[in-house]
Design a protein around this ligand. Structure first.
Ligand SMILES: O=C(O)c1ccccc1N[C@@H]1O[C@H](COP(=O)(O)O)[C@@H](O)[C@H]1O
Length: 233
């Protein structure tokens, strides 16, 4: 039966390092564009570079600043340059850390939940996690990979519960080919969601691996088209 309430799943593209890719993301219809402020990532940019790229975003496309175990000084310095950004905490931040780093909630933030790729996934209690991080705007679901995230790996969506008190952002290994299934899986569970992708919209090198930080305009267009297809189901 068709969904009686029209849905528009929000899309975040993450891990931008180049002006042309930001322009292509906006043209494709991204709702949010993310910058990785984590020096150990191959997609890392400085706060100053993120500010240059974020300045290209038109109204209603949100810049997202991704941090992994950053200090308050680092977050403050980035917010001084990009005050309207949404924050994403993707490391080991506690609920109190998130609260303090977001300046006592004055800046909205996403909290990443890193879901194991092995049998330990079944023991991951998302309901409890969401309750602990109830001040987050949403819980971003990612696979637990080395390097904290951006590994292009999908966790087992079928293990998710059917009711979670928070908004959810599905991420981890999404591609134009699997995002429809991901959206359907969460929607069937009655979960409220947006989606986020980094590796799945990147160009690939001769070894078939993503060129981290180098986006592919066609894949971005195909990803958004697939999301709209899922919304129409
Ligand atoms: O992209 C990174 O390098 C990164 C580093 C540290 C933490 C998170 C990172 N990326 C985020 O991971 C998820 C999933 O990405 P993918 O689509 O599986 O590549 C997404 O939120 C990225 O923003």
């Amino acid at each position: 039966m068709p969904n009686p309430v029209p849905t528009r799943t929000r899309v975040k593209f993450c891990g931008f390092t180049r002006e042309a890719d930001v322009a292509a993301a906006v043209a494709a219809g991204a709702d949010a564009v993310g910058f990785v402020l984590y020096a150990a990532s191959a997609r890392a940019v400085t706060a100053a570079r993120a500010a240059q790229l974020a300045a290209l975003l038109p109204p209603f496309v949100t810049p997202v600043l991704l941090f992994v175990n950053a200090s308050a000084a680092e977050v403050d310095a980035a917010l001084a340059l990009i005050p309207h950004a949404l924050l994403q905490f993707h490391g080991d931040e506690t609920p109190e850390d998130c609260w303090q780093l977001s300046r006592q909630g004055r800046h909205p933030y996403l909290r990443a939940a890193r879901i194991p790729l092995d049998a330990r996934a079944a023991a991951f209690d998302l309901v409890e996690y969401a309750a602990r991080y109830s001040r987050a705007q949403a819980i971003l679901l990612d696979a637990h990979v080395q390097g904290f995230g951006g590994g292009g790996k999908a966790f087992n969506w079928s293990l998710l519960p059917t009711s979670v008190s928070s908004h959810l952002v599905l991420s981890g290994g999404l591609t134009p080919a699997n995002v429809i299934d991901g959206i359907r899986e969460l929607r069937h569970r009655g979960l409220s969601l947006a989606v986020d992708v980094s590796s799945g919209i990147e160009q690939t090198g001769p070894d078939g691996r993503p060129l981290k930080g180098i986006k592919d305009a066609t894949l971005m267009q195909r990803f958004i088209a697939a999301v709209r297809q899922a919304d129409a189901l």
